[in-house]
Design a protein around this ligand. Structure first.
Ligand code: AGP
Length: 351
């Protein structure tokens, strides 16, 4: 396995570092795909659109729904696969379109939702990494994620390629300039280089805590949930991902001296995030801001992790990279193996 890890200590770190390269690959695949246009045509005329997945793949659905609203002016309902059946299935018919998202294409909860949706006549597409999986064989068209093998149980590169695929579809459906996406791989690479030392310096300041929050807003909400899931999955600490504006509606009461709260700040939401930061710091909490270089974050947060400057859609995607690195380094610092967390398997083929 030493060779397969390509000189990295773990598969997870290797896969984090592969993200710029696989991002380039998926953008190429999408540019040359014979299926993209017909999928877009059906999305354009659909009565209702659902993005469906579990765990990390569901977080990509959440990010995708925000991009579709903002860039393509299309309302999308992101939904956890198991909730799809009780909440939406009774209302679904053949005028609706669902995109089922999965790394493995074998997650039982996703396959059950797919089966039920097809029984109701819904048009079903998939985004998957494992081509030839049950999911990709069961949908009318599949967009491959092009990540190669993802060995580590925590998903990293497959998540960013799911998000990029949704960003690509929303950009194209909204008639926006696709060429700007070509900048993403380089920005991802810069984000890894820039944030790795910042994240390492943060670990000793917060790693004794077994309770954390990770907050985001708009497109960064999904990244906050994803960061919190990664932290829970491989550090075994409890980390709650939330919409930043909800924090004052209850959880604020838990803030003690030095209590760590991560704020994922989109460049357009800095004033809103800063007011959330100030509610925490004035009670002695440690507010850690993740965002583009911004004097307002430096002046108000306890710690800042700076990502390269780009635009709001890219910034949300880039901000998940330091969260992946943070969970990785916290896990290793705790003496755990981030590739194979206890109690979990890579693919959940049971109910
Ligand atoms: C991600 O780090 C987790 N291992 C898990 O949430 C995973 O994303 C989920 O089980 C869905 O898997 P899939 O993408 O293969 O369907």
């Amino acid at each position: 396995t030493a060779v397969q890890k390509g000189g990295f200590a773990h598969f997870m770190l290797k896969e984090i570092h592969e993200q710029p390269q696989v991002a380039r690959e998926v953008i190429n695949l999408l540019n040359n795909s014979a299926d993209v246009q017909s999928i877009l045509d059906q999305l354009a005329t659909a009565r209702h659109i659902y993005f469906i997945g579990c765990g990390t793949s569901y977080h990509a659905c959440l990010a995708g729904a925000v991009y579709f609203g903002q860039l393509a002016k299309k309302a999308v309902t992101p939904v956890l696969a198991t909730q799809f059946i009780p909440q939406y299935l009774p209302a679904v018919n053949q005028e609706d379109v669902g995109i089922f998202v999965s790394q493995s294409g074998e997650t039982k909860d996703v396959l059950t939702a797919l089966q039920e949706a097809q029984n109701r006549g819904m048009t079903c597409f998939s985004l998957a990494n494992v081509i030839g999986s049950t999911l990709t064989r069961g949908t009318s068209a599949c967009l491959p994620l092009g990540c190669g093998y993802e060995i580590s149980v925590p998903a990293t590169k497959t998540f960013t390629n799911q998000v990029i695929t949704f960003l690509y579809l929303a950009t194209r459906l909204g008639g926006q300039d696709l060429r700007q996406l070509d900048r993403l791989p380089e920005l991802m690479s810069q984000t890894i280089t820039m944030t790795d030392p910042q994240v390492k310096a943060l670990v000793p300041k917060i790693n004794s805590w077994n309770d954390l929050y990770c907050l985001g807003y708009g497109a960064t909400y999904s990244m906050a949930l994803e960061g919190a899931l990664k932290l829970k999955e491989i550090t075994y600490a409890h980390c709650e991902g939330m919409l930043s504006t909800e924090f004052k509606h209850g959880p604020l009461s838990a803030v003690l001296k030095d209590f760590p709260i991560l704020f994922v700040a989109g460049p357009e939401d800095v004033p809103l995030i800063v007011s959330g930061i100030n509610e925490v710091t004035c009670r002695g909490g440690r507010a850690i801001a993740i965002g583009e270089a911004d004097q307002r974050l430096n002046a108000n947060a306890t710690d800042v992790i700076t990502i390269p400057s780009s635009n709001a859609a890219f910034a949300s995607l880039l901000s998940v990279i330091p969260l992946q690195l943070l969970s990785y380094y916290m896990s290793v610092d705790r003496g755990y193996d981030p590739d194979f967390p206890r109690n979990l398997s890579k693919t959940l083929t049971v109910d």
